[in-house]
Write a protein that binds this ligand. Structure first.
Ligand code: FAD
Length: 290
């Protein structure tokens, strides 16, 4: 299908983009990689009268480190995440997850910012952001605010981002010694969204799990933080018994919709299995076995 007519805008600075968004209000939509927005426009589920393309704003691309934080500009593509030496060295969960998103065509244009803001329950970055305790740098006509990933995702396709605000960058802490990460994603085929997936980020000291974050993809209206599962493992040495208790707690918060990828029971079971695998893999990496 062909989308309805719209006016196309190509700002070259963030300020120009903010002016356009303020000027056109709810009639405007930001265009990033277009891999979620354009299909919606073709189906006429989204009918913006003005498209504000962020692709020509240089300051919205790139990855840098300062003061113990890695800052990823929102228009950085999945392909750029996968090949970033800085991320591979200091935050490997992001390239690992990005390499499991869609296919090379989508990854060459799809952006981390678009994936987060779109907040499709099947999008992978929201769970990764929760597991990494990321924060989002958001710009609006009233200036800049920094919002933690925890609490940012309100529901399916719904976030704390206000209309006409721009997600400028994502901040994630640099991995500390003893860290381990894993993203285990079950999908039916290359290019499909997750049937269920689990992101784990943990720190192990002297064989004890000092800290663990577990977040789930596509088994609820939005990415889910498995806090009860985390509590079971925090301060403990990993054992099969504790692992199974944690997996049970993670499964208990799942509320997936039945669709072509499977029924509820299957998806919940798979969320448990992905969590079990991700915890094991992250522990192995943290203790030098991965
Ligand atoms: C075949 C296929 C398979 C896919 N599989 C997966 C998958 O397995 N996992 C996955 O996570 N995703 C998957 N996707 C989605 C893909 O990752 C999209 O690229 C992503 O959801 C949106 O990013 P985008 O840059 O394309 O954003 P766009 O489509 O351009 O925008 C999406 C939304 O975000 C808003 N937006 C974008 N950037 C900003 C910003 N900086 N500030 C404020 N608002 C902004 C737009 O206005 C729009 O509402 C798939 C897509 C396709 C077509």
């Amino acid at each position: 299908m062909i989308p309805p007519e719209f006016e196309y805008h190509r700002p070259e600075t963030i300020d120009q983009a903010l002016v356009l968004l303020t000027q056109h209000g709810e009639e405007a939509k930001i265009l990033a990689g277009g891999h979620s927005l354009l299909p919606l426009m073709k189906l006429r589920f989204a009918e913006p009268a003005h498209l504000v393309d962020l692709n020509f704003i240089e300051s919205l691309r790139g990855i840098k480190e300062s003061n113990g934080l890695i800052e990823i500009a929102a228009m950085t593509t999945e392909s750029q995440l996968i090949t970033s030496p800085l991320l591979l060295d200091k935050c490997p969960l992001i390239p690992d997850a990005a390499s499991q998103i869609a296919d090379p065509q989508v990854r060459s244009r799809g952006t981390i910012g678009g994936d987060i803001v779109h907040a499709d329950p099947g999008n992978d970055h929201p769970a990764i952001m929760l597991a990494l305790e990321a924060s989002f740098v958001i710009l609006g006509s009233n200036g800049e605010r920094i919002v933690p990933a925890s609490g940012f995702f309100l529901g399916a396709f719904d976030t704390q981002l206000e209309e006409n605000e721009i997600l400028k960058a994502i901040q994630v802490p640099v991995s500390v010694a003893g860290s381990g990460h894993a993203y285990c994603k079950l999908k039916r085929k290359t290019g499909d969204f997750a049937t269920a997936a689990s992101a784990v980020s943990l720190v192990v000291e002297g064989g004890v799990c000092k800290k663990i974050n577990i977040a789930l993809t596509n088994v609820g209206a939005t990415a889910l933080k498995a806090e009860a599962a985390e509590s079971i493992l925090t301060g403990q040495t990993l054992s099969d018994l504790l692992m199974e208790k944690a997996v049970e707690k993670a499964m208990a918060i799942c509320d997936p919709a039945e669709d072509l990828r499977g029924d509820r029971e299957y998806k919940i079971h798979m969320a448990g299995e992905m969590t079990r695998r991700a915890i094991r893999e992250a522990f192995a990496k943290a203790t030098g076995g991965g």
